[in-house]
Each structure stands twice: as C-alpha cells, then as structure tokens.
Ligand binder design. Structure first.
Ligand code: MRU
Length: 340
C-alpha cells in the first residue's frame, strides 16, 4: 500500500496560506495561495477548502492575515478591523462549529500582536495532527470492538480524510488505518450529492493509498446494507451537541436510519473541537442552505427545467439514538448502543 502525503492540507508560507484547491480534484492538483481575508472567505464558501477541521484552520490563519494587514507590532490600532474580519471569517460557513472555535482561539492572541496570532494558528495545525492520530487509534479500536468479523466492508460518506484535516483525517483516517492493518476488504464510497466530495475526494484519497473501493450513488447505500455488503458505517461530523446529536453532510441521517434498520454499527469520528456543548438538541443547529444551481445543474449543464427551485441543505442532523459510538481524541464519548 503506498503512503499518502504527510503534508498538512494547509500551510503558512511567505505571508500567505497555501492549500490544495479541492474544487479542482481529482483532475488537477492546483495549489491555491490565499493572501487576504477575502481570499480565505471565498475559498471556504466555494469549498476550495472544506471539511470542518480544515475550514477551522483556514479561519485561524485568516485571522493572522488580518492581524498582519491591520496591526503594527507594539500598537493596538487596527484591532477593531481584525475583529470585524474575524466575524466575517466565522460566518463564512455556519454549520461546522470548528470554524468559529478556531477563529475565536486565534483572535484570543490578538493583544499580543500578529506574530502571536500566527503562532496560535500554526500550533493548531500541529495539534490537529496529533488529535488525528489519537482519534484514529481510538476509532480503530471502536470498530474492532463492534465488528468481530474481519476483514471489513466499510461504507463512508463525504470526505473526512487528509483534505478535510491537517493529517490523516477522522472517519477516513480510521478506514486507512484499518486498511493498513489488512482489515479492510472494500470501502463503499457514497458519491455525496450534490458536490461529490465522496466521488471526487474520498475516492482520490483511497486510490492514493491503494485501498480497494467502489463509488455508489448515495441512494444505493441502503440497498448495499440490505445485500449484506456493509459491516460498519464511518462518518465525520460538523457539530455535535451536548447530548450527542450530530450534524454532518446531507445524507448522513438517512444512512444512520438505514444502518439502524440493518443492525449495522454507525460510528462518528470527530475531534473534540466539533462538539458544541452550548446546544443540547440537534434541531438547534444552524444548517447551511446552499445555492439552488448545485442541485438544478450537473457541472455546467442544467438538469431541470428553467426556473425550477431547489431544496439544498448542505448538512443534516442525526439524533444520538441512531449512533452507535462517537469517537474523539479522548476516546469513545457516546455509545448509545441503541439496538442492544
Ligand atoms: O461541505 P463539506 O464538504 O465541508 O462537508 C464536510 C463534511 O460534512 C465532513 O463530513 C465533516 O466536515 C467532517 S471532516 C473531517
């Protein structure tokens, strides 16, 4: 099995943020340089940078860009402008709590000057790498504990790998670790309509790592479970409430219902920074609604009659009762084991 790149998805280089443009994958490996806060906001809203931990890190580095633009060392002038930029950054995507959390954390160092803000943001990248490693170790064990029959057929949704974090990823990092241990027969990858993060990005990461996989349309997942093709479902999270309701990419809720119906473990892998304990009920999570043309067109080709309106929530909420386990860097947070 080949080793995927160990580079973080984002880095700071010569006063810019450098990242892979995820919109161009899998066809092109384009490097994107983000010089201004507006560049960062555009990259996050257009999903050039995406995945909850990655957008958090982009937001934190965005605060550093703003601090260098507005604050001179030793002067407190310009802090208002940085706070205004931080608010715009945090609002770029509303559902993943990691974004507001990371922006706030970087902003917390503003009084110490731009270098301190940057040091905090880059420390967060290093932390995320360590968090990935710990979380994956716990999640591998959580899967082994619940799926005694191996090797495994796994199903995943969206992209939760190295593009979405600073290291190996969350759910996909777990899948890669299990595959590395020779415990995976095949991964079924939901294509993840409408922006195809599964088909474009997860399939790309699995191919890069040499892990056998097939892409399926999202609506094939329940049928695959019924046919006995899935031993465990692994997904990530954008926000987790105090009682363990999980917001994640649209389609996750349907997967959880299907998994519960077929008695298949449904495991969420997400860092502590995805928890929002200020909310109890998942119905209070703000769900981002995206542009209609993501649904009414495929690529540049319209697929619906002119004027057709669309319902396009980017995320849904899976209630805790449907989730077998939620794993973070601290271990298994929540294991309702609803079906036992
Ligand atoms: O809209 P996206 O592509 O940013 O949505 C990403 C997801 O839903 C991921 O599952 C989640 O952010 C976890 S990434 C480790």
């Amino acid at each position: 099995m080949s080793k995927p790149s160990d580079q973080p998805s984002l880095r700071w280089e010569d006063h810019t943020i450098v990242t892979l443009d995820q919109r161009a994958l899998p066809h092109e490996r384009l490097l994107l340089r983000l010089d201004t806060v507006d560049d960062v906001i555009t990259a996050v809203t257009t999903l050039a940078v995406r995945g909850a931990p990655s957008i958090g890190l982009a937001g934190a580095l965005g605060v550093a860009l703003s601090a260098y633009a507005h604050c001179s060392p030793g002067s407190t002038g310009g802090q208002q402008a940085v706070r205004a930029d931080a608010q715009r950054l945090a609002a770029a995507r509303p559902t993943a709590v990691n974004l507001a959390w990371a922006v706030d954390r970087a902003l917390g160092r503003l009084a110490d000057g731009p270098d301190a803000v940057l040091a905090e943001a880059t420390a967060m990248i290093e932390e995320d790498r360590e968090v990935n490693r710990q979380m994956v170790a716990h999640a591998v064990q959580a899967v082994r504990d619940r799926c005694p029959q191996r090797p495994l057929r796994l199903l995943t949704h969206c992209n939760t790998g190295r593009l979405a974090t600073a290291a190996v990823g969350t759910a996909l990092g777990t899948i890669l670790a299990l595959a590395d241990a020779g415990e995976v027969t095949e991964v079924l990858v939901d294509e993840t309509r409408p922006l195809l993060q599964g088909a474009r990005l997860t399939a790309w990461e699995l191919a890069e790592a040499g892990v056998p996989h097939r892409v399926c349309v999202d609506s094939a997942a329940a049928a695959a479970m019924r046919q006995g093709l899935v031993d465990c479902v692994l997904v990530g999270a954008d926000r987790i409430t105090a009682r363990g309701d999980v917001a994640n990419k649209i389609g996750t809720y349907g997967l959880a219902i299907a998994a519960a119906h077929h008695d298949i473990p449904f495991i969420v892998v997400a860092p502590e920074s995805s928890w929002d304990r200020s909310l109890a009920d998942g119905r209070d999570i703000v769900i981002e609604e995206r542009a209609a043309d993501e649904v009414t067109s495929f690529g540049a080709v319209r697929t619906t009659p002119r004027g057709t309106r669309a319902y396009n929530p980017a995320f849904d909420v899976t209630p805790a009762s449907l989730i077998t386990a939620i794993v973070s860097e601290h271990g298994v947070h929540h294991a309702s084991e609803v079906r036992t």
